[in-house]
Every structure is written in C-alpha cells, then in structure tokens.
Design a protein around this ligand. Structure first.
Ligand code: DC
Length: 205
C-alpha cells in the first residue's frame, strides 16, 4: 500500500499552508505546496520569456528550490504581487497543469513517508485516490485580512478577488470541492480545532 496522502484544497488565503505544515509536522509527514510550482513556472516565463519546461526538477523541498533548464528558482523569491497574478494566469494553460501534475505524482511516488499536499485541484484532479481530502473555506473578507497580515505576501482584496475568480472560472481543473472531500469552514476556528477535525477524519479512513 502506498504512503498516506492528505490533500488540502481551497481558495487563496484560507490557511492551507499554515494548516498543512502543522498537520504534516504532527504526523511526521512531508508537506508540499503545489502553488509553488506554478510560481516557479511564472518566474521562469518572466525571466526567459518562454514556456520551455523540458527539464523541471525539485532540488530541495524545504525551502523549495527548483531547477528548470539550468535556471535555479528559490522559494524566497516566489511570493511577490507580480508572481501572485502571473502564477494564476499561467495556471490556466493545460501544458503547464500537466507538467505540475506529473512532477507532483513523481514526487509522491518516490517519497518514503506520508505527504500533505495543498493547492486548488489536489483532491479533485491530481490525487483522486488520496486517503483523505480536505476542502478549507472562509469568507473573502477573512481571507484577505489573513493575507494582508502575512508580511511576505501582501495582497489587496481586489487582487485576491481577481485571482480567485481566475482559479474558480478557468476551463481546466478549476477550484472545485471534490465529491469525497471533507469541507471545513475555518472562519471561526483556531488552527488547533481544524487540525483536530482533520486528525479525527484521518482515523475514520
Ligand atoms: O497557492 P498559491 O497562492 O501559491 O498558488 C498560486 C497560484 O497557482 C494560484 O492562484 C493558482 C495556481 N494554482 C493552481 O492553479 N492549482 C494548484 N493546485 C495550486 C496553485
């Protein structure tokens, strides 16, 4: 049997990374944020003006470092307002989504511990057979407040709204709730409360 896989999907700023990292650390699992790969591709396009992604490699997981055709991209350079927007734009392209999906599946196949992976289509498209699928939700106002509170990724309500709209309305792999996902609205819940709900659901699997 394969290692345990937990997917967390949901809109921007809902807390997928915060919850996912904490959960992974408590379970001794690995954590990966799939949005990072879209961010790497966005930066690569900006730098090279091309969509040539022939050699795409994750060199390190924490912090993430990727190599794309000899160009090296580091996690610390991926959270800018420009990359927020650009990553959501290039995420509409099917060739980009196929590459990201393949890279993630390869990573999971080759890891020897459990994985918590977060994104927009982790449970609905990329890892349909995940052991547990979580969909986190909260109102736009609360998500925007949380984003603004993050010192490294200030995003206005307008920018957040535009990005959500693109992620929800795109033709390929839009943000949807997978049929078998557990939906948690974390608007009035602490991180500990959300983690507890996820762990209880993991026991039931
Ligand atoms: O999670 P994030 O903010 O780092 O993601 C950046 C963008 O990447 C997001 O606006 C849409 C895209 N994305 C996606 O389309 N599918 C995913 N599974 C993860 C991210």
């Amino acid at each position: 049997m394969s290692n345990t896989l937990i997917t967390i999907d949901g809109p921007s700023g809902v807390g997928k990374t915060t919850i996912g990292k904490r959960l992974a650390s408590e379970l001794n699992f690995e954590f990966f944020s799939s949005g990072l790969l879209y961010r790497v591709i966005a930066l690569h396009m900006e730098k090279t003006n091309s969509l040539n992604l022939n050699e795409f490699e994750i060199i390190s997981n924490d912090p993430v470092v990727c190599k794309v055709n000899e160009n090296v991209y580091k996690e610390k350079n991926l959270y800018t307002p420009e990359i927020n927007t650009k990553s959501s734009e290039i995420a509409q392209l099917s060739e980009v989504r196929i590459i990201v999906s393949n890279v993630l599946q390869f990573m999971f196949k080759n890891s020897n511990i459990g994985l918590v992976v977060e994104g927009r289509d982790m449970g609905s498209v990329v890892f349909k057979n995940a052991h547990l699928k979580i969909y986190l939700d909260a109102s736009e106002a609360v998500r925007s407040e949380r984003r603004i509170a993050q010192s490294d990724n200030k995003e206005s309500v307008e920018d957040l709204r535009a990005r959500d709209s693109r992620d929800i309305n795109r033709k390929i792999s839009p943000l949807v709730i997978a049929d078998d996902a557990i939906v948690i609205n974390n608007e009035n819940k602490s991180i500990d409360e959300v983690i507890k709900i996820i762990k209880e659901n993991l026991k039931l699997q």
